[in-house]
Design a protein around this ligand. Structure first.
Ligand SMILES: Cc1ncc(COP(=O)(O)O)c(C=O)c1O
Length: 351
């Protein structure tokens, strides 16, 4: 017998996107923001005092709760800070799921959900999206303790309307966690649902829209009773003192944030058109990446040829994502280099 619980023994674990060691590569594979965080973030970082490191951090990160509450138009007791959105997912699995309390989610989606289900030893009910990535009606009838909808969805970039998610929240007997890690790049979000539904939890990440993937900061928005329950499951000091200060500075600088988001959205529109001109099928994306399907060449082959040119995108060897590449929106220069490389690879001349 091994040392680990049986489900851990057989678990494969989450496979993060490849992190190349060289810095001079074009890295469009893990949906990081290509622009730096707000200058306010760098300013407060330079002002960190030894005393802030010597003491434990604020267990509730109240300064951040206050700042996030203002931005989202809710009270601070609707917010819980966490060590990246991923920590909130882990907390939710621990809080709501076990051997008799399954999780449900539409697929294809974020590949961490089945990994967490396995760790928690709970059944994962996977309900397939249709070809247009509409919310599957069957999701409302699974009786799961926790239902997760990633919206906008990764890796498809598709978006389900707020009204449809309100109906789903109303129909479910369990909790609905709406993973809004990419919502900063969409036109609408589901914050208003937490006011009407006591079973809705919204996940937000500071990794994408606020360029803080390395800091590890995210947060939950939900009614205070749910927040209190989730807090029982989190580590006491789950976010560190430096991260709290940096996340506060980032979320308070809404002007920088909005300008940054607009740059990425215009890059997304431009890249979509250029990929379509190269005969890729590209659906409208509501995120900071696009999913591009190659009509003429194998996606795996294109991926390899891009790597040879020091350009990294993400290729999932899964039947539901057959022949598709997920490409993070980079800076204008990075996007142009990608397009030039693809012109070379797929053999369609410059235009
Ligand atoms: C769909 C989705 N949800 C949540 C996360 C977690 O983000 P983080 O832990 O960086 O805040 C990610 C990260 O890539 C994601 O793609």
């Amino acid at each position: 017998m091994g040392y680990f619980r049986a489900n851990i023994e057989k678990a494969k674990g989450y496979e993060p996107g490849f992190q190349p060691k060289q810095m001079d590569v074009i890295k469009l594979n893990t949906n990081e923001n290509p622009y730096p965080p707000s200058p306010q973030v760098m300013k407060v970082l330079a002002q960190i005092k030894p005393e802030q490191l010597r003491r434990y951090s604020d267990p509730l990160a109240n300064s951040f709760r206050q700042a996030a509450a203002e931005v989202n138009g809710v009270e601070p007791d609707y917010i819980m800070a966490c060590n990246g959105g991923d920590e909130l997912l882990r907390i939710a699995f621990e809080a709501f799921c076990d051997e008799n309390r399954p999780v449900a989610y539409p697929v294809p989606t974020y590949s961490l959900y089945p990994v967490l289900a396995n760790l928690q030893n709970c059944k994962a009910i996977e309900v397939s999206f249709d070809g247009e990535f509409n919310l599957p009606a069957k999701l409302a009838g699974t009786n799961a303790a926790l239902t997760i909808v990633c919206n906008p969805n990764a890796p498809t970039g598709s978006f389900v309307s707020v009204e449809e998610l309100a109906s789903l929240a109303d129909e479910l007997s369990g909790v609905l966690l709406i993973d809004e890690a990419y919502v900063d790049f969409a036109e609408r979000n589901c914050t208003e649902l937490v006011k009407d539904f006591d079973n809705v939890i919204i996940l937000r990440s500071m990794s994408k829209g606020y360029s803080l993937a390395g800091v590890r900061f995210g947060y939950a928005i939900a009614q205070p009773d749910i927040i209190t329950g989730l807090m029982k499951v989190k580590d006491s000091y789950n976010v560190d003192a430096i991260a709290i200060v940096l996340a506060c500075a980032a979320i308070k600088d809404q002007q920088y944030f909005k300008e940054n988001i607009e740059k990425i959205k215009s890059g997304r529109w431009e890249l979509t058109e250029q990929l379509q001109a190269l005969k890729f099928n590209v659906r409208d994306s509501h995120t900071n990446f696009v999913l591009a399907e190659s009509k003429n060449r194998s996606a795996a082959q294109i991926y390899d040829e891009l790597v040879q040119r020091n350009i990294y995108v993400r290729y999932f060897d899964l039947p539901s994502l057959d022949n598709k590449l997920r490409i993070t929106i980079g800076t204008r220069e990075q996007n142009q280099k990608l397009i030039a490389a693809l012109q070379d690879i797929v053999g369609i001349g410059k235009w």
